[in-house]
Ligand binder design. Sequence first.
Ligand SMILES: C[S@@+](CC[C@H](N)C(=O)[O-])C[C@H]1O[C@@H](n2cnc3c(N)ncnc32)[C@H](O)[C@@H]1O
Length: 358
Amino acid sequence: MTRASPEPAPGAAALTCAEVLRAAILLDGPVPISHFMAAANAHYYATRDPLGTAGDFVTAPEISQMFGEMIGLWLADLWDRAGRPPCRYVELGPGRGTLAADALRAMKTAGLVPPVHFVETSPLLAAAQAERVSGASRHAILADVPDDLPLLVVANEFFDALPIRQLIRAAGGWRERHVGLVDGLFLPTVGGPPLDAILPDALRDAAPGSIVETCPAAAAVARLLGERLAARGGAAIVVDYGYSGPAVGETLQAVSRHAPANPFEAPGERDLTAHVDFAMLAEAARAGGAETHGPLAQGEWLRRIGIEARAAALANRPDRTAEIVAALARLTAPDQMGALFKALALTAPGWPHPEGFA
Ligand SMILES: C[S@@+](CC[C@H](N)C(=O)[O-])C[C@H]1O[C@@H](n2cnc3c(N)ncnc32)[C@H](O)[C@@H]1O
């Protein structure tokens, strides 16, 4: 006899992310920050399109077509100088697919029309991507992308969404920061075994209360990227906000309706991010076998690869001049996205030097 799988009762509401996390904490105690962040972001991205002025935040490709076009031309230039091998275009966390559509259009002008692979966990955003880029394959993880050809990889504001762990210097030494429940509210707590031995020497004596962040998920993706590039060839560009660690400081943050919000309130309803440690990403990619270039401030990189010429061409149309001038400033000015955001390039050994990096 086969047993039918139980159907949810008609009209039964799914549990909210907060309810699921509350139950987990009540059953098994406080959860690491990484568990809280992973659960919150999985729910958040699965249930909404957060991008754009009507959403929670705006990303560079949603500001202007120039961003994706410059990335497409940069990749096409590398591919051309590498001898025009067959390649795959891979984008990690492609959002609405806007960057990919702009990059692929620019690549086509250079004769590069690669098969497209999106690494995306949100079914809702995958549907938006399919509207802008037809024929792309979707994968939940990078490891599922075929490993037969060189890869041309793009990751814009992907790594900042991956779950971080936080270590805090508590009274008895370094411990992991968790999230517990106090009077029904999610609040950070300190728990777990002593972790002093894994702190870099430079940080171990930081003042009591200091927080150090680490992102094993980002390191794993960067290492795999390095391995893939070293094995088959190709290049990657990672753009995000971040710093070069190791460093002391808490960067976990939430944004809702374009304003900062409490990261421990309303899990699954706010975008949770942390600044990316570019030194760690580069080290992991090099450990995988890739060469790394940068990080370099986004504004400087875009200027070096010619965004001002592209802006001048687009601004030639009088009805677009003001929009293009404003978008150029937003993407490149140091007091806007130009300095906070950084670009890190990875290349396969033997591939040409990437444009814009010293
Ligand atoms: C901040 S959005 C950036 C979107 C796009 N790159 C852009 O610049 O507009 C983060 C993207 O990463 C995806 N994402 C978040 N966590 C992910 C994960 N663990 N694996 C794959 N995709 C993820 C989200 O669904 C979304 O597409």
